[in-house]
Write a protein that binds this ligand. Sequence first.
Ligand code: GLA
Length: 345
Amino acid sequence: GRVNIIGEHTDYSYGYVMPIAINLYTIIDYEKSDKLVLYSEAYNETKEFDLANIKSKTNSWLDYIIGVYKVMHDMGLNPGPINGKISGNLPIGSGLSSSASLELAIAAALNHTYELKLDRLQMALIGKKAENEFVGVPSGILDQFAVSFGKKGYAIFLDTQTLKYQYIPFPDILQIIVFNTGIKRELANSEYANRKKIVEESLGILKKNSSKEINEKDLDKLPLLHKKRMGYIIRENQRVLMAMDCLKNHDYVSLGKILVEAHRDIATNYEVSSPELDFVVNEALKYGAYGARLTGAGFGGSAIILSGKENSEKIAKKVYQSYTKEFKYKASYTLVEASEGTYVL
Ligand code: GLA
């Protein structure tokens, strides 16, 4: 899976993002076979599928898999079936990219077993296309790129327009705590599409290809709501650059402040936060975190808390205690590491 350190809702206007892959995984244990048969541990069910027949969706978890097959077929690749089991410790629907994780796991498995000779970028793009065109979620490249390119001990700074990236050392003395609010975020898909529509209209009005090309002054040419949303995005792009500098200069206090500023801005001007996410951010700061913010699409899902390694467990416990006192959702937290992306064992 992944968490995005900063650069939220910037990828579908081709701005900057800075995620890490995390050590919560989807695992596919498989062998070559003459039929596609997969068991999902999370859903406790086995599904079979006839690959000669990929037309419509099944409206189940299988769509992420046959979506990847479909995109590969459309590219003229012809991976055969596998028989296997899907398991892992990455929670589904918690804003940690369980869908990109499944897409990339299957892409890597097929790439390896059927010798497709795809590189990491091609696999990330295949995953995105499966998600956009087959599953029908209009997401950007953030999730698939992070899951595909993750590197142990590094954050990834990515320009989502050029797809040029840099690995930025993520130091051992820092800890990222993922705080899962317990609120599933699938329901938010229509809100996500609404945000994306406003952004696309804004790029159209301003005749720009990327939010990176928009400045404060341009915003005056936009209708009020568009101005509010795009104002957030152009400030967020700047914050990604500043956050990268903070990491390079080992300035974690400033990095934390930037994360909090990003959270306040996305809550006020992009309106994808929730009372629960705001609560987590405020509590984390009370107990001595450097910073915290929602991660991923928002509307529930997870927040990240950035702290020093030495007091991370204490902060996580305190936030958990006050959160579960305040809200009834089944929350959880995990201390995660910047980890390797997709690989074949
Ligand atoms: C979801 C999408 C990503 C990105 C984030 C918000 O995770 O899949 O493409 O837009 O939301 O930053």
